[in-house]
Design a protein around this ligand. Structure first.
Ligand code: GCW
Length: 668
C-alpha cells in the first residue's frame, strides 16, 4: 500500500553534484536536544545520504561554535539578526557553507531549502540568500470528520481520525515532514462543520491523544488548531445558552481553554464557522460576529492563542425569485461595518471570492477593506468545484491572481500585502487552504494534485515565485528530471486551469454543477435553489447584474475597482457574466459574440483535454507505472466529464437562444 506514501517532493534521489561539501558538519550554538532541531538534522542526514550518498558521521558533531574544526565545512548556527524573521534563514558559501537562522524553524526550513536546491542540482558555489516567510500564518484547514470521512475530500479517508478516535503515528510524522518541507506552520485538524464526536474534541476524553498528535506536529514547527462549535456550552456543557455575553458561558469556555492549553503542546488556537450554513453563532443572541470572536479571544489571550473567525456568512435560504438579495454581498455586509471591533488575537478568514471557490470569481471586496482588523485569505486546494482531483486544475495561477490583485485600500495594497501584514503593519495575518489530502497512497488522490499542495506552501512562504517555477520544481522533485519529460508535463499542467474553465461554466458565472456533489454539469442545478447561485439565463441573454444599477455589489470595492467592474467596457471579460447581464449577441473584444464564445470555448476545452492525454501517453515510459496509470485513469474520466459539460452547455444555450454555431459543429 505504501509504495509512494510520504515520498512526494521529499524523495532525495541521487545527484552527483556538490560532493565537496558536507564531508562533515559543524553544529554551532544549536541546542541539539530541541525537537525541531533533531528533526532538521535527521532530515539533513536522510537528504544527504539520498542525494549525495554522503554518510553521516555523528562523531564529528561539535556542540559549540568555538570548537568547530578546520575540516568542518558545513556550519549551522543560530544567530539573531534583524534580517531574519521567525522561520527565515540565511544560506551562504564562503569556503564553507553556512546556514544561519534566528529560530529553530528557520534552521528546519533552511535545511529543507538546501536539500531542495541540491535535489534540483543547483550550484551552491558563491550562494548568498536570505529567505523569510512572507505570510506569518501558513495554514492548512482539514475538513476531516472524526468518523474518518472528509467533507469535500477526494483523497480517501482521514489520517487524523478513524472511528471517532484520533490517529497519531508514522503517517502523522510523514505528513508533518512533507508540509513543513514547504513552510506550512499551522493546521486545523477537524472540519469547520463540527459535528458528532468532534464536538467532544475539546474535552478530556480526547486530550491525551490530541497531545500526542500535536506534539508530533510541533516537532516540525506546526501549530495545531481545532475547529470549534460555537454552541458547545449547550451541546456538551449542559448550559442553556451559548450567548457570548452570558457569564456562565464565559466561565465554561474559560475552563475548557485552560485545560486545552495546559495539556496540548503547540496548540495555536481555534477556527470558527458561525452563523453560516446552519451552524449557529452570535447572531442567535443578537450579538455581533465581533462579540462572539472577542469572547473567545479574550479567554485564550493569556496563552497566546488565536481565534480565526470565518467570514463565510450568508443567507442560505434565499428565494430565487428575489433579485435584490445578492449572496456575493454577504461577506462584506456582515463584517465591514465591524472594522476595528475585533481584538488583536482575532483573524478574519475570508474566502478568495465573494461566492464559493468557483473556477473564476472576482476577489472578495472584504479583503483589504477593514484597515483595523486582521485578515487572512482562504483558498481551496480540495477541488470541490474545480474537478475534484479527477480533472487536472493547476491552482497556483488562480491563487497568484488573487495575491496580486490590487485593492487600492492602502499604499501597499495587493491581497499579498494585506495578508502578509505589510499593508497595515499587523502581525496576525496569513493564508489558509482547505487541504486536498487524505489517506490515498499519493496523499492527494490524483498524484498530479500534489502540485497544488506543494505550490500553496511555496507561495505562502514566497508569493514572488512564479507558477512556472513552482511547477518546474515540483515535477523535478516528485516525478522526473529528464528535460524532455519535464517540459511535456509542464505543458500539461500550465494551461489546465483555463482548460477546465473553458469546458465548464462560462465567463465567470460559476455553478452549473450537480447540486450537492458539485462534480459534473447540471446547468440549472442551482438556478432555482436557496443558495443565491443563479445564472439568470433566458432566451435573450445571461448573467447577473451586479452593477450600481443592479444588485450594487460593485459598490463594495474601492472606487477604482468599482468603476472598472461597473463599466461593461472595462470589466475584465473573463468576469463579464459575474457582473453584467448581457444579450447572447453582445460582442466581446475578440470580435465574437457571447454565444459564439461559449460554443468555441467548450469545443476548445475538450480538444485541450485530448491534447493533455496525448502528451501524457508520450511520456509513459519515464514515469513510475503506478503513478502513470493512476493519472491516466483520471484523465479518461476528465475527458468524459469535459465532453458532458461541452454538450450540455452548448445544447442548453443553443436551445435557449436559438442561435446556431457559426461553424456548424455538433450541438444537440
Ligand atoms: O461550499 C461549501 C461547501 C461545504 C463547506 C462550506 C464552507 C465545510 O460545499 O462543504 O463546509 O462551503 O466553506 O464552510
Amino acid at each position: 500500500m505504501t509504495k509512494n506514501w510520504g515520498k512526494t517532493w521529499l524523495r532525495y534521489e541521487r545527484k552527483n553534484t556538490q560532493l565537496r561539501y558536507f564531508k562533515c558538519l559543524g553544529l554551532g550554538n544549536i541546542n541539539e536536544e530541541n525537537e525541531i532541531i533533531k528533526n532538521a538534522i535527521s532530515e539533513l542526514e536522510m537528504g544527504l545520504q539520498g542525494i549525495l550518498n554522503v554518510l553521516w558521521e555523528k562523531k564529528i558533531y561539535v556542540t559549540s561554535f568555538a570548537k568547530i574544526q578546520e575540516k568542518d565545512i558545513f556550519v549551522i548556527r543560530m544567530q539573531c539578526s534583524e534580517n531574519l524573521h521567525d522561520g527565515g534563514y540565511h544560506i551562504w558559501e564562503k569556503e564553507r557553507l553556512y546556514l544561519e537562522a534566528s529560530t529553530e524553524c528557520g534552521i528546519l526550513y533552511g535545511i529543507f531549502d538546501l536539500l531542495r536546491m541540491l535535489s534540483l542540482g543547483k550550484d551552491l558555489a558563491g550562494i548568498d540568500v536570505v529567505r523569510n516567510p512572507e505570510m506569518p500564518l501558513r495554514m492548512l484547514n482539514h475538513w476531516d470528520n472524526m468518523d474518518g470521512s472528509i467533507e469535500r475530500g477526494y483523497s480517501g479517508a482521514s489520517f487524523f481520525f478513524q472511528k471517532n478516535e484520533i490517529l497519531a503515528g508514522k503517517r502523522t510524522c510523514d505528513y508533518a515532514r512533507m508540509i513543513s518541507g514547504v513552510g506550512i506552520n499551522a493546521i486545523v485538524i477537524n472540519n469547520v462543520n463540527v459535528m458528532g464526536e468532534a464536538k467532544k474534541l475539546i474535552t478530556k476524553k480526547h486530550m491525551r491523544k490530541l497531545n500526542e498528535l500535536s506534539t508530533i506536529l510541533d516537532s516540525y514547527g506546526i501549530k495545531t488548531f481545532l475547529s470549534l462549535n460555537f454552541m458547545s456550552p449547550i451541546d456538551i456543557g449542559g448550559l442553556d445558552s451559548a450567548d457570548p455575553f452570558n457569564d456562565e458561558v464565559r466561565a465554561w469556555w474559560k475552563g475548557i481553554m485552560e485545560e486545552l492549553f495546559k495539556n496540548i503542546k503547540g496548540l495555536g488556537g481555534f477556527l470558527i464557522k458561525a452563523d453560516s450554513e446552519g451552524r449557529p453563532g452570535p447572531y442567535l443572541y443578537g450579538r455581533t460576529q465581533a462579540d462572539g470572536a472577542n469572547m473567545l479571544a479574550k479567554i485564550i489571550d493569556p496563552y497566546h492563542g488565536i481565534i480565526i473567525w470565518r467570514c463565510f456568512v450568508y443567507n442560505n435560504m434565499q428565494d430565487w425569485r428575489d433579485y435584490e438579495t445578492d449572496r456575493a454581498k454577504a461577506g462584506y455586509d456582515n463584517f465591514n461595518h465591524t472594522d476595528g471591533e475585533f481584538l488583536d488575537n482575532v483573524i478574519l478568514q475570508i474566502k478568495n471570492g465573494p461566492m464559493d471557490f468557483q473556477i473564476r470569481e472576482p476577489v472578495s471586496p472584504l479583503l483589504g477593506s477593514m484597515r483595523h482588523t486582521n485578515q487572512m485569505l482562504e483558498v481551496q486546494l480540495a477541488q470541490e468545484y474545480t474537478g475534484q482531483q479527477i480533472d487536472l486544475c493547476y491552482l497556483v495561477p488562480l491563487i497568484k491572481e488573487v495575491l496580486e490583485f490590487r485593492t487600492y485600500h492602502a499604499p501597499k495594497d495587493t491581497v499579498a500585502d494585506i495578508i502578509s501584514g505589510k499593508a497595515y503593519g499587523n502581525h496576525n495575518t496569513g493564508i489558509a487552504a482547505v487541504s486536498n489530502t487524505g489517506d490515498s497512497v499519493y496523499w492527494t488522490g490524483n498524484p498530479l494534485a500534489a502540485l497544488n499542495l506543494y505550490g500553496f506552501g511555496r507561495l505562502s512562504f514566497d508569493p514572488g515565485l512564479t507558477a512556472e517555477e513552482i511547477a518546474d520544481e515540483w515535477i523535478r522533485l516528485s516525478l522526473t528530471s529528464e528535460e524532455k519529460v519535464v517540459s511535456r508535463i509542464k505543458k500539461i499542467i500550465e494551461g489546465s486551469r483555463e482548460t477546465y474553465e473553458k469546458y465548464t461554466s462560462p465567463l465567470g458565472i460559476g455553478w452549473m454543477v450537480m447540486p450537492g456533489e458539485h462534480y459534473g454539469c447540471c446547468v440549472d442545478g442551482y438556478e432555482y435553489s436557496r443558495f443565491g447561485t443563479y445564472h439568470r439565463a433566458d432566451h435573450l441573454g445571461i448573467g447577473v447584474d451586479r452593477t450600481k444599477k443592479g444588485t450594487g455589489f460593485v459598490k463594495q470595492y474601492h472606487e477604482i475597482n468599482c468603476q472598472k467592474y461597473d463599466d461593461i467596457s472595462t470589466c475584465p471579460e473573463e468576469l463579464l457574466l459575474f457582473f453584467h447581464h448581457v444579450p447572447y449577441t453582445h460582442l466581446l473584444k475578440t470580435g465574437k459574440t457571447v454565444i459564439q464564445h461559449i460554443y468555441d470555448a467548450h469545443f476548445e476545452g475538450v480538444d485541450e483535454v485530448e491534447h493533455m492525454i496525448e502528451l501524457w501517453e508520450e511520456i509513459r515510459e519515464y514515469i513510475e507505472t503506478d503513478v502513470w496509470e493512476e493519472v491516466s485513469g483520471r484523465f479518461r474520466k476528465q475527458l468524459y466529464n469535459a465532453k458532458e459539460w461541452r454538450d450540455q452547455i452548448n445544447s442548453y444555450f443553443y436551445r435557449k437562444s436559438g442561435i446556431k454555431d457559426a461553424y456548424g459543429r455538433k450541438i444537440y
